[in-house]
Design a protein around this ligand. Sequence first.
Ligand SMILES: [Zn+2]
Length: 298
Amino acid sequence: MNLQIDIAPGVAYESPSQIVRTCTEAWGAANFYCPACSRSSLAQTPANRKAVDYACDSCASVFQLKSRANLGDRVVDAAHSAMITAIRSDSVPNLFVLNYDALWRVRNLLLVPSFFFAESCVVARPPLSPNARRAGWIGCEIHLNRIAPEGKLWVVRESSVVSPSEVRRQYETIRPLSQVAASARGWTLDVLNALHKIGRQEFTLDEAYAFEAELAVLHPNNNNVRPKIRQQLQVLRDAGLLEFVAPGKYRSDDLRSAYAHGRDSPPATRLAHVALRGSPSRRSRRRRVRRGRVLLAF
Ligand SMILES: [Zn+2]
């Protein structure tokens, strides 16, 4: 995996967001592999295919890429209603979140498997103003801190490439959750995310019950939260993510992992595309890129 993003594909565009999208999508086409099978590349999909940027020609997994200069905890996504519909119908693509540095090098690359999106991690944005072209349209943000750490696989972390075999091993560990029905998976993911807040490998049922009020807010239509928590502990055990060590006592090695407990986001980096914004003309920008001087402008 070559962490340097080629900026040449961006010279044809004026808008910073288009430049970033074009350059990072080309980088992905050259460097992505399928984490869900052994295929060593992903095929870029036609530009008009909504929310899907890549597909695996072997296992048919689909992927979306979101690139940004700051990794942060939030990813702006498409229409809120479309995202909720996609989660309920189990048709969300896997998500790559790419974070690049000031020299257009990939600093972090996070993979969120499609089956780790719960409705609770999708937050509606304010409707567009009446004067906007799409007045009233409601977009959404994905809150990465509401996704359990098991569902955030580092492909690149702080400029270090994680081996594909390790990424695939982690993917296999969590793959059983994809077998939980989409209609029930939200509860499973929310309970799993809550358990990380205990901060220990071993915990008791009472400690899991401590999240009753929090989970009730996320699932206002359910009045039997405690039975639901017990049920989800069984689902997590059946998926291999939890052990029952004694009546009312549970254990998971992953609950004390380094990326758990709010430390799963590395420091943000500064915007890198500002130098391309507002440059005098496409031709002069192309000239600067050709001369290899564009990096000096950062
Ligand atoms: Zn595949």
